[in-house]
Design a protein. Structure first.
Length: 141
């Protein structure tokens, strides 16, 4: 493994879980969860129906780029959502589906750092998403 990983701080959600161990919430008050951000609502029925009707595809890994139908649907949504010309987002060149923001942030940090420079400069916002730190350390190594 990259020795630079030892310099990373604890992942914030793991640290938060440790900090909250044994904490009892006053039942007369409502807590605001600052945890990982998992969905709080049940999955809509139309999504469950689509999953059920395509269950055979679950046993096959998709390509890293995802299927063209998914990339095209994302491109179409972007154009619709942001009122862009239909030709402005190319599903083959501009769309890469990911499993979540952390995966995307980790990947983008590694792709935009110029590794040809002996000491590339990486600027991170503070506070920052902890995954930036790991990606920057790996990309610089």
């Amino acid at each position: 493994m990259n020795p630079g990983l030892e310099n990373c701080h604890a992942y914030p959600f793991e640290k938060l879980t440790q900090l909250l161990e044994g904490v009892t919430i006053d039942p007369n008050k409502s807590a605001i969860s600052l945890a990982i951000g998992e969905p709080k609502h049940p999955t809509p029925e139309f999504i469950l129906d689509a999953l059920k009707s395509n269950i055979t595809g679950v046993a096959v890994y998709p390509t890293t780029r995802g299927i063209i139908e998914l990339r095209q649907a994302i491109a179409d949504w972007l154009c619709s959502r942001f009122n862009l010309p239909r030709t402005s987002i190319d599903a083959d060149k501009n769309v890469l589906p990911v499993n979540g923001t952390r995966e995307a942030l980790f990947a983008i940090a590694q792709t935009i750092i110029n590794k040809d420079k002996q000491t590339p400069i990486v600027i991170l916002p503070n506070p920052f998403y902890q995954i930036y730190e790991g990606a920057a350390l790996l990309a610089r190594s």
